[in-house]
Design a protein around this ligand. Structure first.
Ligand code: ZN
Length: 168
């Protein structure tokens, strides 16, 4: 998958996103295409659009790149793509790895997306105490995550299945 460069409204390069994400941003009128792959078309029911190589956001976003992105529950869900850290199913809640009752902080490295069932089952215990190992460790969000978060782009904004790619 080729990545697409994202420019801020001020033309300053921000990040790269997948081609699919770039197309979603354009179709949602959050970005315009600045440069496209001339040989590659994205085809949808009523839309045909050259695969964007560079897009530019329609409004300026302030993205905290060089300093840490501020922690938020919504940010944890976006970072983890709404997948439960314990079972991999759809997550709707945020779990503190080290519970707040044991001094765990509201921080990127101490929080994971979790389904309501696992969050309830784990309760006020650490993964070790609950016998519920993490499928992956929490991490600081990438610049692309921080940008998508600032744009309000959620996982459900993924490309519809009927939008395919074809060579022109
Ligand atoms: Zn779960």
């Amino acid at each position: 998958m080729r990545d697409t460069l994202v420019l801020n409204a001020s033309f300053e390069p921000l990040s790269t996103v997948t081609l699919n994400r770039a197309v979603v941003l354009v179709l949602q009128d959050k970005a315009v295409v600045e440069q496209a792959h001339p040989e590659l078309l994205m085809r949808a029911a009523a839309v045909e659009l050259p695969a964007p190589r560079v897009i530019r956001l329609c409004r300026y976003v302030r993205v905290p790149f060089r300093r840490r992105a501020p922690w938020s529950r919504r940010g944890v869900l976006v970072r983890d793509r709404h997948r439960c850290a314990y079972c991999g199913r759809r997550a709707t809640t945020v779990d503190h790895v080290v519970p707040r009752s044991q001094g765990g902080a509201d921080a990127w490295l101490n929080t994971v997306a979790s389904c309501a069932e696992d969050n309830h089952r784990k309760a006020d215990r650490t993964p070790e105490q609950a016998g519920m190992p993490l499928l992956r460790d929490p991490f600081e969000p990438t610049p692309a995550d921080a940008m998508l978060l600032a744009l309000g782009l959620e996982e459900q904004d993924a490309l519809p299945a009927w939008l395919g790619r074809s060579a022109a």
